[in-house]
Design a protein around this ligand. Structure first.
Ligand code: THU
Length: 137
């Protein structure tokens, strides 16, 4: 598992190199490991209309879904930035991940200095919103 985690982090580092960040200059890379052992990398993609920006985590997630990964089929995620402390996913990304990843999925947060933190999605986002039918309340 440790080797897989290193590969995942490395994929996030490489994806970070493709970030489109002319406005913030803050490049982020992410990578998701699915239950078939496939790695889905992503980077942040900014836009002149700032709100249209997509974070690295959601780029990786949407790419994985487009590649056929199914809800619940993710084993781990890595997020990498050159921040003083490892960067956690933003609130929107946490909600997006909660739709597809199990609560115990490990999320590896890393920075350029080699610092690492591993949290679960549950640690990052307890009490996620899931749509239930009106009868269920
Ligand atoms: N960003 C990410 O890609 N992931 C995060 O977890 C936090 C923020 C991006 C969005 C924007 O392009 C830049 O970082 C600065 O907020």
């Amino acid at each position: 598992m440790e080797m897989e985690m290193n590969k995942l982090r490395q994929a996030a580092v490489e994806a970070r190199g493709n970030a489109h960040v002319p406005y913030s200059g803050f490049a982020v890379g992410a990578a998701l490991l699915d239950d078939r052992g496939r790695i889905h990398p992503g980077c942040n993609v900014e836009n002149a209309a700032y709100g249209a920006t997509n974070c690295a985590e959601r780029t990786a997630l949407f790419r994985a879904v487009a590649d056929g990964a199914k809800p619940g089929a993710f084993r781990a995620m890595a997020v990498v930035a050159a921040s003083s402390r490892p960067v956690p996913p933003c609130g929107i990304c946490r909600q997006s991940l909660a739709e597809f990843a199990q609560e115990d999925m490990p999320v590896i947060l890393a920075n350029a200095q080699g610092e690492r933190r591993v949290l679960t999605l549950r640690d990052l986002f307890p009490g996620a919103f899931h749509l239930s039918s009106p009868e269920e309340g």
